[in-house]
Design a protein around this ligand. Structure first.
Ligand code: GLY
Length: 354
């Protein structure tokens, strides 16, 4: 994989984009948007970057992160004359940067792309680290490759128009960094007014630095990078399972990760000696922040489909689900093998919380 891209912030981000476009002989510029980023983010980008471009617009949402939409993107690139020296600007959240990166990295064996995350989740997680991909046959990120963007442009101004629910979804990844790595982030989150959490630029930068450091050490997720999947093993299975239900039951990625983190801290109590008092503290904070959007119960009907989905987790080793758990706040433990019975106990704990 190419070297880790530099992240440029605010005004410097637009400067660097201008420099890149004027020095790298970009033959054609494409901007990938969805209906939300077209409306709320594209005007600022085109005001700051006057380079001619072709627009590719797709529908927002995880349900569209699939082969059909990828085919549409490849077709648009073909019809609009993309060449090896073309460049794609992925302007959006995790769906746009994951799928736009995937389509660019595979088109004509790879054309350049730049990620411009417009959601908190994109800024602190999805747009950094070189993971690209799409969902396939109901399995999350099943098809994809590691491929780095040329750079990542971080413009916090985009967060102003972000719906609160989306902001809170991204906050789950920030909380994850606090729990696996940086107790100072966790201390800040604990002190939040959970009815009106606000995310500072400082906390965004801290989160990005943690992700960059971990990815630098382990770009292909052979070891320490797995810690970034804390809350995601059950979180992904739950997100996918709820996507198969009616639209009003769909969960945003961070919401599913919040549920996954509650379950993971209980598993940490059962198997890693994480004190129950800490489990309660973490679960209470998560419950308060996400109470209005996450289900209050995981019903017995949900159990089997979630277990079935766990069998496809990318971290599985020799057919067994591998969890990232905590021995204390800030200390993650890799490769924890967990039984279905232990997961059932975690579900029971979750159901008693609400
Ligand atoms: N989202 C986890 C990772 O990038 O490794």
């Amino acid at each position: 994989m190419s070297v880790q891209p530099t992240i440029f912030y605010q005004k410097e981000a637009f400067n660097q984009l201008g420099i890149y476009l004027s020095t790298q002989s970009v033959s054609k510029l494409f901007i990938l948007v969805d209906e939300n980023t077209k409306k709320h983010c594209l005007p600022l980008l085109t005001e700051k970057c006057e380079h001619p471009f072709s627009l590719i617009e797709i529908k927002s949402g995880e349900v569209h992160k699939n082969l059909t939409t990828s085919q549409y993107i490849w077709q648009e690139l073909t019809d609009k004359g993309a060449e090896r020296n073309s460049l794609v600007l992925n302007l959006g959240g995790g769906v746009i940067t994951d799928m736009g990166g995937f389509c660019a990295a595979t088109f004509k064996r790879g054309i350049g792309f730049i990620n411009i995350p417009t959601t908190l989740l994109g800024m602190v997680d999805a747009a950094i680290g070189g993971k690209t991909g799409i969902d396939f046959n109901g399995l999350k990120n099943q098809i994809g490759l590691f491929s780095n963007p040329k750079m990542v442009l971080l413009i916090p101004e985009f967060l102003v128009t972000l719906p609160v629910r989306e902001l809170l979804s991204g906050l789950a990844e920030v909380i994850k960094y606090g729990l696996i790595d940086d107790t100072s982030i966790w201390e800040t989150i604990k002190g939040f007014n959970t009815r009106k959490p606000s995310v500072s630029f400082e906390i965004i930068q801290k989160s990005i630095q943690i992700k960059e450091r971990i990815v630098q050490q382990d770009p292909k997720e052979k070891g320490v990078r797995k810690t970034l999947n804390f809350g995601h093993t059950l979180g992904h299975a739950i997100e996918t399972h709820f996507l198969s239900k009616s639209k009003n039951e769909h969960l945003l990625h961070g919401e599913a990760v919040a549920i996954g983190m509650i379950l993971a801290v209980h598993l940490s109590f059962q198997t890693q000696g994480l004190p129950l008092e800490i489990v309660h503290k973490i679960s209470t904070v998560l419950k308060e922040i996400y109470a209005s959007t996450i289900p209050s119960k995981i019903t017995t009907d949900d159990y089997q489909p979630i277990f079935d989905l766990l069998k496809h987790d990318k971290k599985n080793d020799k057919g067994k689900a591998n969890f990232i758990l905590l021995s204390s706040i800030g200390e993650a433990v890799l490769d924890c093998q967990i039984s279905e019975n232990e997961i059932l106990k975690a579900f029971t704990y979750y159901n008693l919380l609400f």
